[in-house]
Design a protein around this ligand. Structure first.
Ligand code: CDP
Ligand code: MG
Length: 598
């Protein structure tokens, strides 16, 4: 929030972060962790592994690394992991403001492709995936005296892999170092027993009363119900912002747009005339993420449409009302079917309680659950850890890179079921944000991978100074393209190191080698067209349709491979490539001679 308008987009770290005002700094000291400061520090210093449990918003993430820095660990490096990039960036920015330094000074963040930390940086917020990658070069993470694994209750795959790694480190590292696990739920007992000798400390949260309202009947569309409820709150309820939980970017963008039009016609209660909609989800650029933390302009009320990222990872001040759709988008792996599913599923009771809690941080609040009380009673009590439900291919590769050859013997908090350590399933990074219009212009009949490649080639063929403009003209996200470009460069470097020729790389005149490569990587996701126009996954017999976002939607390829299966109203294959059936037997004979009838 520098006074000068930046001429072009700058990294957050280039901006000097203005220190918070005195009054705000004093307010920080009212956070519940401040009361527990001494006990927290003692707990960490006197145990190698210390688990801190405290309600979301009590100050764990922003204050505890600071406490440590102000203690005898002042000269040491402290690292704090977050399950998502948004949280790493937002929390580092906040702490830099509290400490009056710029990002990359005393406080910094590092996420994939964006590392603001320097040799000065003592408090580093990183994604847990990034720390796992650092561990490839430095398996004992020697440079850190304190390693904080935050949001341990989220049990993401990376967090779980990291915990296993830390346990190994605990055995092997002989110098003084401390592991701190922070969690918003009492599941903490489980990690405490995972690490020998771990202690648990509780931070008593401050929670105001939250009234919970259920719908009388089950709702047909949670999106319609969410919009109606938000508008009703705006027109009937006292001052305070609204936090509404949806499942993903498309829904969030759609509702933000609807509120812009419908919200303008809805008169607010108590003089709050305008309703301002803001979005927060993981893929949102950092500059836009920052908007959710800005107070609504005077005379208006803010509604934040969020994914489950706002459940625990981010605390947004000012929220008095929560709208809970009761659903979340979750990745899961069907071991038997051999496919990854990205599906909208009911949340757990623990998640519903977390969501409600967000309304009572600063004052009494209200939660509107868009489901019936009977439906709530039927929810699972807690969410299944990711490690028990996803395809472990990427994590297995990462652990192998760390020199752990027998994954089955690796110590996980929850041991994954053996069949989930299936065959390694290659996957292409896919850029999601290319707009539909551009997709049509760059459309290649071979499908989405080749289309994406055509976009990248056109981008690279554009002069460096003109690329920003090119992206705008073609409705393509410049940020996504830059990321794509960096991955492309990274892969080129790897290929060069392996002395593989680059000249034929992604030749759009001759797409066959690429199509064949995709068959080799994605053969478990190969499907053939049936007479009714749907496709059947060859290995499993599962029925799928081509996702409407695909450039192949509406065309009739005989045989396809695809990146992932998404379940919404039906099973959809997303990111699809047209292939020849004969390639399957030619390239993966051991698998397909079994499955394709001759
Ligand atoms: O980690 P925990 O959920 O216990 O709390 P925290 O993330 O450290 O947040 C403590 C307080 O700092 C929140 O209640 C917010 O008021 C404030 N905060 C903020 O204003 N902006 C951020 N990016 C992070 C925290
Ligand atoms: Mg936190």
């Amino acid at each position: 929030m520098s006074n000068n308008q930046p001429a072009k987009r700058r990294r957050l770290s280039d901006e000097s972060v203005p220190r918070l005002r005195e009054a705000e700094l004093r307010k920080i000291q009212d956070l519940p962790v401040w009361e527990a400061r001494k006990a927290v520090l003692e707990g960490i210093c006197s145990n190698q592994v210390y688990v801190i449990v405290g309600e979301t918003g009590s100050g764990k993430t922003t204050q505890i690394p600071k406490f440590l820095h102000q203690s005898r660990f002042g000269k040491s490096k402290i690292i704090c992991t977050q399950p998502r990039r948004v949280a790493a960036i937002a929390n580092a920015t906040r702490v830099a403001k509290e400490m009056g330094c710029k990002l990359g000074g005393l406080v910094g963040y590092a996420v994939r492709f964006d590392d603001t930390s320097t040799h000065e940086t003592k408090i580093r917020y990183v994604t847990d995936g990034l720390l796992l990658r650092e561990a490839v070069a430095d398996p004992l993470l020697q440079q850190y005296k304190v390693i904080i694994v935050d949001e341990a209750h989220e049990r993401t795959l990376d967090t779980d892999a990291l915990l296993g790694l830390l346990k190994r480190m605990q055995r092997l590292r002989k110098d003084e170092f401390h592991i701190v696990l922070m969690s918003a739920t009492l599941d903490a007992g489980k990690y405490a027993s995972f690490f020998p000798g771990a202690e648990i400390g509780l931070v008593q949260g401050r929670q105001h009363k939250v009234d919970v309202m259920y719908t009388k009947q089950a709702q047909e569309s949670y999106l319609d119900a969410a919009l109606t409820t938000v508008l009703q709150i705006h027109s009937k309820e006292a001052a305070g912002d609204i936090l509404a939980f949806l499942t993903g970017q498309e829904e969030i963008d759609a509702l933000c747009n609807l509120v812009k039009t419908r919200g303008a016609q809805t008169k607010g209660a108590h003089g709050q005339e305008k309703l301002q909609a803001v979005a927060i989800y993981a893929a949102l650029p950092a500059e836009q993420q920052a908007q959710v933390f800005h107070p609504a302009p005077p005379g208006s009320r803010k509604v934040i449409f969020a994914t489950n990222i706002a459940e625990t990872a981010l605390t947004i001040p000012g929220v008095r009302y929560v709208v809970d759709t009761g659903v979340v988008k979750q990745r899961s792996y069907q071991t038997g079917a051999g496919v990854d599913l990205l599906a909208v599923v009911p949340i757990s009771k623990a998640q519903a309680r977390q969501r409600s809690g967000r309304a009572g941080r600063e004052a009494p609040g209200k939660t509107f659950r868009l489901y019936t009380e009977a439906e709530f009673e039927k929810l699972e009590s807690s969410t299944t850890p990711e490690i028990l439900r996803v395809n472990l291919a990427a994590a297995v590769l990462q652990l192998k890179a760390l020199g752990i050859s027998d994954i089955r013997a690796f110590d996980f908090v929850d041991q994954p079921p053996l069949p989930a350590l299936v065959f390694v399933n290659g996957r292409t990074e896919q850029q999601k944000q290319a707009a539909t219009q551009a997709k049509q212009r760059f459309r290649r009949p071979q499908g989405d991978h080749l289309t994406a490649l055509a976009v990248l080639r056109a981008f690279l063929a554009t002069g460096k100074g003109k690329r920003g403009e090119w992206c705008v003209q073609n409705c393509i996200s410049g940020r996504a393209m830059q990321r794509c470009h960096r991955i492309f460069q990274q892969l080129c470097t790897l290929l060069q190191a392996m002395k593989l020729p680059l000249e034929r790389l992604g030749d759009t005149q001759d797409p066959e080698p690429l199509q064949r490569a995709l068959v080799c990587g994605l053969f478990l996701h190969a499907a053939c067209r049936q007479s009714d126009g749907t496709f059947k996954v060859i290995g499993t017999g599962q029925e799928v349709s081509i996702h409407p976002s695909s450039v192949l939607s509406g065309s009739k390829p005989e045989c396809i491979v695809f990146n992932e299966l998404v379940f919404t109203r039906r099973n959809y294959a997303r990111t699809v490539c047209n292939i020849q059936m004969s390639w399957l037997i030619e390239l993966v004979p051991t698998y397909f001679t079994k499955h394709i009838p001759r």
